[in-house]
Design a protein around this ligand. Structure first.
Ligand SMILES: *Cc1c(COP(=O)(O)O)cnc(C)c1O
Length: 403
């Protein structure tokens, strides 16, 4: 393996990332790395991906200045509208890039893991578009909980494989997908869902998501004549955050803030604050911050938003945290729901519960900004999928704070 997947931290001296998997997977991961390094700079590949993102997915997505929230906070709040992307979230950028890579590699089948079903649906959509047989690995418990997403995957023509090992959720779905891949790597490509997992996935997924930040940076310069003061995004595995951060990493005056799910509250232990409360350790083939007990057993994450419910985080975020290039805060389920309601009522935009975490954090991180300072928030997805969930939450939680 080359050093592309290593994120040495200036802060702690730790090297995050890597490729800690069974020997049997190394050849196919190397094959993916080689193809990725070749095609990412190949003009024909770039053109085909660009056309797909424009004509199928609807890029570029706009940026929107939200007036009510700007007035409330006292700075200029701008949303990057990934909620308007086909499929309803940023995940489409990643699956189109990887499906195209799979096609170029001559692979004739796709597999993917999914927890809540959002990455499964996105991959199933790409499978339908490219006419490639697709299998989605999903925990048996998650299949029960996420019925409509399972229906969607099947309508797209994918096979949904129930995983009944371990806790029957995302962690086990990833393990089973990796195991299946080991046995079928000749014809199969594994579409990984976020900037975690073994190298080269963290670098590869970040590459396909950086279109978010590249567009937003250019849009800020064209429409406002300057760069944002602060860029903010929610962090599950970390792909939408890395996607928007990447374009600003060398703009050292631009502050980068990631928002993790504090769930029912950090003191309750029921949260998903991997960077804020976790320790570096090994999870799904890479070394990164993750939630674990004293013996190194991985703990379950808790969040109202299924998409942030992951006990780890991508290695590049671990690097950005330790090197202090980015900082990470957290917001609770209550705060995220309050932000969901506020954005819907006051701005006419229904945000995904995941993205609502970034909205909720705006008040905390934007209060020191001046009126003309831009706070750029990545609105990673739309919230239609969350309406029933929020209604049920409101029935059992009567004291949602107002934002
Ligand atoms: C899946 C998802 C996330 C979390 O994943 P990241 O890899 O952290 O971006 C965030 N927002 C939405 C809308 C999602 O669907």
């Amino acid at each position: 393996m080359k050093t592309l997947g290593q994120f040495p931290s200036a802060g702690s001296g730790q090297v995050f990332g890597g490729c800690y998997v069974s020997e049997l997977l190394i050849p196919v991961l190397t094959e993916v790395e080689t193809a990725f390094l070749h095609y990412k700079d190949d003009p024909a590949f770039q053109q085909e991906l660009h056309d797909l993102l424009r004509d199928f997915a609807g890029r570029p997505t706009p940026i929107t200045e939200v007036k009510h929230l700007s007035k409330e906070i006292g700075c200029t709040v701008i949303l990057k509208r990934e909620d308007l992307l086909h499929g309803g979230a940023h995940k489409t950028n990643n699956v189109l890039g990887q499906a195209l890579l799979a096609k170029r590699m001559g692979k004739t089948a796709l597999i993917a893991e999914t927890g809540a079903g959002q990455h499964g649906v996105a991959t199933a959509m790409a499978g339908a578009l490219f006419n490639i047989p697709t299998k989605i690995f999903m925990g048996a418990k998650d299949i029960e909980r996420q019925h409509t997403n399972v229906q969607r995957m099947k309508l797209f023509g994918s096979e949904v494989i129930a995983v009944s090992s371990g806790s029957e959720s995302l962690k086990d779905a990833i393990n089973d997908a990796l195991r299946y891949w080991t046995a079928h790597s000749k014809e199969t490509y594994y579409v990984f869902g976020t900037v975690a997992g073994p190298h080269p996935f963290p670098s590869l997924v970040a590459h396909f998501q950086r279109v978010i930040g590249d567009e937003a940076r250019a849009q800020c310069l064209t429409q406002y004549g300057k760069l944002p003061h602060t860029v903010c995004a929610c962090v599950g595995g970390g792909s939408n955050a890395i996607g928007i951060f990447k374009a600003f990493i060398d703009d050292t005056d631009v502050e980068l803030v990631g928002v993790e799910p504090a769930g029912e509250g950090i003191e309750t232990g029921k949260h998903g604050v991997a960077l804020g409360m976790g320790r570096p350790g090994s999870l799904h083939g890479s070394y990164s911050y993750c939630l674990q007990d004293e013996d190194g057993q991985i703990l379950e994450a808790h969040s109202i938003s299924a998409g942030l419910d992951y006990p780890g985080v991508g290695p590049e975020h671990s690097f950005l945290k330790d090197s202090k290039r980015a900082r990470y805060v957290s917001v609770t389920d209550d705060e995220a729901v309050a932000a969901f309601l506020m954005l819907t009522k006051k701005e006419g935009i229904i945000p995904a519960l995941e993205s609502s975490h970034a909205i909720a954090a705006a008040k905390k991180i934007g209060s020191s900004l001046k009126k003309d300072d831009i706070l750029l928030i990545n609105l990673s997805g739309r919230g239609d999928k969350d309406i029933d969930h929020v209604q049920r939450y409101l029935q059992s939680h009567t004291s949602i704070p107002s934002i």
